[in-house]
Design a protein around this ligand. Structure first.
Ligand code: FAD
Ligand code: GLY
Length: 371
């Protein structure tokens, strides 16, 4: 049996689900998403949920600009999704304290300088002022930068809300169906084979995270995405023990409204193994001890891991695939897929509708790996 759609999205992580929502909201009538497991069970569920370009970017440029636009998009997204679906994504615009090691002061001054030149808000915080802001932090920490415009969300709530809204608008999101092959005719895709069916599509968007290399191998093209494992440990507190995101040289804290604190995250090349390890948990506990020794008495709640999709230059690939005009790719969001997801969906919708996206996507063209 063959069925057909206008746009077919492969992969139901935050990127695929955000694309489905944006495409259906942009007026495309038939949008189908195919996920081989359950929606958002991979990296998108493992993520910490920081919206933190000022901590994550290493300098000004297109990547910073994309991340800042994505952070700005979240300012209204929470209310939009709550109104449309009733889901609260726990958008917390609490700011981020970027702890500065004495050996890193020069680098921190440089970071503050380029960010101010880019028009961003940065404050310098002494050790004493830091403990006034966050009494739980170690007295050994001598200072920090404060980025008041950074924020965080609960990733699984973002995913649920995007998916609910996409479905309400008429998109079909299918779970437990795997795309196993493409149907290609004269350099255009006609569709895919999935779940014993042929699904015909005018346009296909591949959003398969670190599995994108394997998927595109089916077409004989190699997009060099690799998985970078990240582990997280969660502690539980009676009340939130922090009122900011905290980013240190060895790890970070993400406080949730209900008193949970995430301690993240490792960066490991471990193939497609998304299992947390005792080594990972131990290293995260050491990071927590160095930043807030009193946290070590908190009840251990849970540990987990996910696979970040990384391209060799660390930038995402968002755009039309070379040589196959009706295939688009949105992957490689690496450490920032929660931040970039909703905006990526909207940019993909603009591309598919052949409009000019409000942000230049040239630096993120998938074609940069095929020149
Ligand atoms: P995924 O979530 O991996 O989704 C890809 C989907 O494709 C999967 O569900 C998979 O089953 C499906 N799939 C694959 N092949 C097929 C096929 N053939 N057929 C059908 N379906 C298929 N980002 C931030 O912005 N802020 C953070 O604080 C943050 N913290 C992180 C912490 C950790 C520990 C980790 C691991 C990541 C973190 N990230 C963060 C990064 C973020 O999680 C990722 O960039 C993002 O989730 C990637 O989303 P994705 O949709 O591309 O991939
Ligand atoms: N952005 C945080 C992480 O990837 O761990």
């Amino acid at each position: 049996m063959a069925r057909g759609t206008e746009v077919l999205i492969i992969g139901g992580g935050i990127i695929g689900v955000a694309c489905a929502r944006a495409l259906i909201r942009a007026g495309i009538r038939r949008v189908v998403l195919i996920e081989r497991g359950e929606l958002g069970r991979q990296a998108s569920r493992a993520a910490a949920g920081m919206l933190a370009p000022q901590a994550e970017a290493d300098g000004p440029g297109p990547f910073l600009d994309l991340c800042l636009a994505a952070r700005a998009r979240y300012r209204t997204l929470g209310a939009e999704l709550r109104d449309a679906t009733g889901e609260d994504i726990e958008y917390c615009p609490w700011g981020l304290l970027y702890l500065v090691d004495p050996a890193e002061q020069e680098a921190a001054r440089g970071r503050a300088a380029w960010q101010r030149s880019a028009g961003l808000r940065v404050e310098e915080v002494s050790g004493q002022a830091l403990r006034g802001l966050e009494p739980a932090l170690s007295p050994d920490i001598q200072g920090a930068l404060f980025f008041p415009d950074e924020a965080h969300v609960r990733p699984c709530a973002v995913l649920r809300a995007l998916a609910a809204d996409a479905r309400q608008q008429g998109a079909q999101l299918l779970e437990n169906v795997e795309v196993v092959d493409f149907i290609l005719a004269e350099d255009r895709l006609r569709g895919v084979r999935a779940g014993g069916e042929t699904i015909l599509a005018d346009v296909v968007v591949a959003c398969t995270g670190p599995w994108t290399a394997r998927l595109l191998d089916l077409l004989g093209h190699r997009l060099p995405v690799e998985p970078v494992r990240g582990q997280i440990v969660r502690g539980r507190f009676a009340r939130p023990p922090l009122t900011h995101l905290v980013w240190g040289p060895l790890g970070y804290f993400v406080p949730r409204l209900n008193g949970e604190v995430l301690i993240g995250a490792t960066m490991e090349l471990a193939g497609f193994d998304a299992t947390p390890t005792l080594n990972g948990v131990a290293s995260l506990c050491e990071a927590a001890r160095s930043m807030a020794p009193s946290f070590m008495a908190a009840p251990f709640d849970k540990a987990w891991a996910g696979l970040r999709p990384r391209l060799p230059d660390g930038l995402p690939a968002i755009g039309r695939f070379p040589d196959i005009p009706n295939l688009y790719v949105a992957t490689g969001h690496y450490r920032n897929g929660i931040l970039l997801g909703p905006l990526t969906g909207e940019l993909v919708a603009e591309l598919v509708l052949e409009k000019r996206p409000p942000v230049s996507l040239d630096p993120f063209s998938p074609g940069r790996f095929f020149r």
